[in-house]
Ligand binder design. Sequence first.
Ligand code: IVH
Length: 665
Amino acid sequence: MTKEEAKKKIETLRKELREANYKYYVLAQPDMSDYEFDKKLEELQKLEQTYPEFYDPNSPTQRVGGEPTTEFKTVRHKYPMLSLEKSYNIQDLKDWIKRISKMVAENFSFCVELKYDGVSLSNQYLDKKLVQSLTRGDGIYGDDVTTNARTIRTLPMILRGNDVPREVFARGEVMISKKNFERINIEQRKTGLPTYMNARNLASGTLKLLDPKIVAKRNLDFIAYFMLGEELPVDNQYDALKKLEEWGFFVPHDYKKAKNLDEVMDFILDWGVKRFDFPYDTDGIVVKVNEFEVQKKLGYTAKSPRWAMAYKFPAEQKLTKLLGVDFQVGRTGKVTPVANLAPVKLAGTIVKRATLHNEDNMKKLDLHEGDYVYVEKAGEVIPQVVGVEKSKRQPGAKPINFIDHCPVCNTPLVKQGADYFCVNTTTCEPQIKAQIEHFVSRKAMDIDGLGPETIELLFKEGLIHNVADLYQLKTDDLKDLERLGQKSAKNIISSIEKSKNQPFDRVLFGLGIRHVGATAAKILAHHFKNIDNLMQASKEDIMAINGIGPKIAESIQNYFSNPQNQKLIQKLRQAGLNFEENQEHKVIDQKLDGKRFVISGSFAHFSRDGLKESIEKHGGKVMSSVSKNTDYLLAGEKPGPSKVNKAQSLEIPIISEDDYLKMIS
Ligand code: IVH
């Protein structure tokens, strides 16, 4: 194939794949089989590798995610990203319409849309091509997340149509569909990782990930709701949405023109119910003045446009029968009352349990056996009991009181503040299991493969009684357990082994001392340098540290005065965990002699951070991109092709992990 032919072929493939992507993801009318799509994509990938001179950031190959970044650039928005004024009832809407009607002479109408509960994103297109995607940030400056945005299949990288202005901004919401959210959480559970609270937080976290390949796997969507620019081909919001659709954006067909408040209300009432079956989370309706001319006259306040108003849906409430109250013991021994309910559908999910928070709240509710209770989702996520329908109470029904002994180990409960605690932190089963879950969690020791079910299993089999026992486990102990095979057993053991390299602050956080969160653990580790200093410190010593209050200080003293905990630390120390702060940038030798390294790919013996630390310890430096000043490209498995190409063209030596190990040995 000549270069010219390759160029043509690349262009054709890109066009075909772009078209297929649009039909599949935006129109939901696929016309190419998955097989054919994958084949063509593979062919394109190969051609692009052979002919790197035809690299195009908007090629469909970028949908699977380009190279990881180390940080996002902050960029000023050309047009600030404002928020919307909110209203919660019809009166607010009426007042708003009255107010703006007085400000302009002409008649106007509305465009009513769903208010998508996601993360806003502003995308700049120049000559139809996506050039930059910015998060909202503080509204004036946002983060440049373009490489991540390119993985969003419903965000076009090249616009369709012949009336696209030279520069246009398409704004909208990055979303994770309800179905996709469920799928991701099922995966998380399977791999023993914590589940996500809601789709919005997950979408927002995903957009900020540094590795676009992971972003690509989360299947984000982009829903467009707004266009901005100097030469728009439309003069009203309704037509703008139609136009965005024509250009290849995903705009759910659920927007309408409304002539007056009555028609706005029809839409609100309709969607107050329908939204639960809508594939994405919505938290209200947005009412916009339709005509751009009128919008312009109304203008903006400092925070929001005067021509738009959000109407927030009220939290849905349901009445259901109380079947009983359980008392749950958490990681710190805190006892939380939880209502068991006759199953009821609430805001899209079936609810069977709802929190009652604490004793005071139970008293306020005045719960009786067999009561009918109102449930509501706090922040649309956690169901809670908010009231009792007293008219439905059976005569002679017995009141339900808080308990005074631990429901699991029968230790007398101790009241602290508004909460009761089981103080048996060393043998009360749910506490220990939760402690282990916390210890292995990502922010603590980051041990893979140990989800709640596996922990339960290990516990049931008598293989672990506390976190120190994890370090005594052997592959043979695990491989015959239900659901675990040789391979996952091996992975778990190697992940446990790796965790020994976690720094002191993570170990400290992992111990699960009450009130000692990840940040406090960092502060303490840094201040005291090692566990012995911390164990010997007085309450006053601890409190004297900026950012550490009496609650934390007292809790630390309590923790270390318990002989069981002292024993546990002794065991963890013997297992080889870090109880001393690593002098992170302490240089051990100068074997690398100031040489500059760029790292790419994944490595057998190091995490990325670990490798960086190792290079620095031996007197080397780490850079984020290859330039003529780079001394080595340290390439692991699957290094980024653009880094490799660049190193080759600059004739910079590309070394393997083994080469590196030899250099420092
Ligand atoms: S229009 C000038 N339309 O709600 C503001 N916003 O608090 C233009 N949102 O930041 C925004 N759905 O992220 C608009 N159909 C919709 C929307 C919408 C969700 C978000 C947007 C904004 C926030 C307002």
